[in-house]
Design a protein around this ligand. Structure first.
Ligand code: ATP
Length: 251
């Protein structure tokens, strides 16, 4: 479904990502891990169209997407969350979910002004999807609150809902467990597994919480100082000497 081949990203004199390759198959949860500054977010930024990579290819469902703008990539079904929550904090929770769908579907402004039946039908479906995902992430009671007033863990769940209302094929989560308490992390664990099992969404995640990564990932890619260090199943990664060294070096 997604293949990243020899991806490189240079910022001036710094080669932040150096020939990283990875792939994600349908119905898979794939993690990208590595010490701080390893280049994980830069890989994500290239995959989601925030950066134009200086080398390599990114192929999503047979189409090369490197260098395409982010909105085009998300319309193909590759959608992401951010390390730092990026909601519209002054809008309500449900408005955040409706706006996400408008931006995604590129709704025709004129049909909105004319309020055509087709437009009303789309609006109704958007609202249904918003209600469904609010329920699914346990935020129905919060629907009319300002998003900025939600607790941090709730904002992170809303971010995932905001991606899911656009019905992605591949969801990219940037440190989804950061700042969550253990109970919230456990819920997140179950939610991510359910996205794969019940909604057939593949997931790529960057995460520092190793127990979450080891628990939910089908495969793990380790990056160190911009370069690929290892890839394999959680068991293989746990036993890999290079990985152990890289992490001990950090500690
Ligand atoms: N826009 C940019 N301009 C210049 N340097 C950048 C830019 N973005 C990232 N870098 C550098 O690239 C390197 C990799 O950063 P990146 O954020 O991808 O690492 P990371 O593995 O995601 O780290 P963390 O786990 O701390 O989030 C770092 O040295 C960083 O300073």
């Amino acid at each position: 479904m997604l293949e990243v081949k020899d991806l490189s990203m240079r910022f001036g004199g710094l080669l932040a990502v150096d020939q990283v390759s990875l792939d994600v198959k349908e119905h898979e949860i794939v993690a990208i891990i590595g010490p701080n500054g390893a280049g994980k977010t830069t890989v994500f930024n290239c995959m989601s169209g925030f950066y134009k990579p200086t080398g390599g290819k990114i192929v999503f469902e047979g189409q090369e997407i490197q260098g395409k703008p982010d909105y085009k990539i998300s319309r193909l079904g590759l959608v992401r969350t951010f390390q730092h929550v990026r909601l519209f904090s002054k809008m309500t929770v449900v408005e955040n979910l409706l706006v996400a769908q408008h931006r995604h579907l590129n709704t025709n402004l004129l049909s909105g002004i004319l309020n055509t039946p087709n437009y009303r039908e789309k609006e109704r479906k958007s609202l249904d999807r918003a209600a469904y995902w609010l329920d699914r992430v346990g935020l129905t009671d919060m629907a009319n609150r300002e998003a900025g007033n939600l607790a941090y863990g709730q904002q992170r769940r809303l971010e995932i809902a905001r991606c899911m209302v656009t019905e992605p094929k591949l969801l990219m989560l940037d440190e989804p467990a950061a700042g969550l308490n253990p109970a919230e992390t456990k819920e997140l664990n179950q939610l991510i597994i359910s996205l794969k099992e019940d909604y057939n969404v593949s997931v790529v995640l960057i995460e520092h919480d190793m127990s979450l990564v080891m628990d939910i990932s089908d495969r793990i890619n380790v990056i160190n100082q911009g370069r690929p260090l290892a890839s394999g199943t959680p068991d293989e990664i746990r036993r890999n000497d290079d990985v152990i060294k890289a992490y001990l070096g950090e500690a």
